[in-house]
Design a protein around this ligand. Structure first.
Ligand code: ADP
Length: 301
């Protein structure tokens, strides 16, 4: 659950400042991506969330909210040992934010839980992963998904370095600019489309089969061992990029699960995330399928 407070200026240590607007929005990378898959997937697809919540006020609210977006939340279990994961976010007048995440129940997931996920993964076409749950759990689940023939997509966020063994379980790795630089242990810099082939190649040589670089208002760049694609961003008035990357990943998974070609899947993901940056909030900003289809139609005409 995201707690967002708008402030004139960030408080310094020991200082109290008065905030203006306050919003409590469902968030978290995994839940945002599940929400995007649920909202964007047509009737032929079922999105399913796997995760942990606590026994508290937020658990039912978060599950009900994902359920309303057609996500099956039967794989989201409650744990007594930890509270539901929360993020405290301050946003100042310039739109800059400062975030503290307390992962809570998400940290209760361990490799011991993985075998129980077999029924959920069997028959799935695609599984989306991110790193707000423990790495050992993610690695064991990636391995199980792979062994069942499920396509694995990893959003390597929050940014960190990852071992070649870990990356070897990933079919499609989708770093943004910061994550791409940190994966390569390089200083964080803006990546232009001209640098993208070299950066994606260097990341692929670490172990991931396919890399899609998410490049903000430039769009995205795709590279595997046979082909590369550049998909420019759609021109929109961006006001808040929260969950843009999560919307991209949910949309990408939906398009690939529907059997779309790579170039059409990248265009669909760019369109969904472009719409998300025109709206405030995390899950609040994720568009519906009908909105993305209408947007793409209006851009084609
Ligand atoms: P993250 O949210 O993970 O930092 P990005 O900022 O790269 O990732 O955004 C993910 C995707 O969202 C981009 O690849 C692009 O398709 C879309 N996007 C982000 N910012 C904009 C923007 N200003 N205009 C249009 N599309 C955008």
């Amino acid at each position: 659950m995201d707690f967002v407070v708008h402030v004139g200026k960030f408080p310094t240590a020991g200082e109290t400042v008065l905030g203006s607007a306050f919003e409590m929005d469902p968030g978290g990378k995994g839940a945002n991506q599940a929400c995007a898959a649920g909202r964007l997937g047509g009737p032929s697809l079922q999105a399913k969330m796997i995760g942990r919540v606590g026994y508290d006020l937020f658990a039912d609210h978060l599950k009900a909210s994902l359920g309303a977006d057609s996500v099956d939340v039967s794989g989201v279990h409650a744990t007594r040992s930890e509270p539901t994961g929360v993020a405290f976010i301050w946003v100042d007048r310039a739109g800059q934010n400062s975030i503290v995440v307390a992962p809570g129940a998400n940290n209760a997931l361990s490799p011991r839980d993985v075998e129980s996920l077999r029924p959920a993964l069997m028959g799935a076409s695609t599984a989306l992963f991110q790193l707000e749950t423990p790495l050992a759990f993610v690695e064991a689940t990636l391995q199980l998904a792979r062994s069942l023939g499920v396509r694995t997509i990893l959003d390597p966020a929050p940014a960190q370095t990852l071992s070649p063994k870990f990356l070897g379980h990933v079919d499609i790795l989708t770093p943004n600019e910061t994550e791409a630089c940190l994966l390569l242990s390089r200083p964080v810099v803006r990546i232009g489309m001209t640098e993208a082939p070299e950066i994606a190649g260097a990341i692929r040589s670490l172990g991931a089969h396919t890399v899609i670089l998410k490049l903000g208002d430039q769009g995205c760049y795709y590279q595997d061992d046979r082909e590369e694609w550049t998909a420019p961003a759609f021109k929109v008035d961006a006001i808040d990029t929260t969950a843009a990357g999560d919307t991209f990943n949910g949309a990408l998974a939906v398009a690939l699960a529907e059997g779309e070609s790579i170039d059409r899947a990248l265009r669909f993901a760019n369109a969904a995330s472009a719409l998300s940056v025109t709206r405030r909030g995390a899950q609040l900003s994720v568009p519906k399928r009908s909105e993305v289809d209408a947007f793409l139609k209006s851009c084609a005409s």
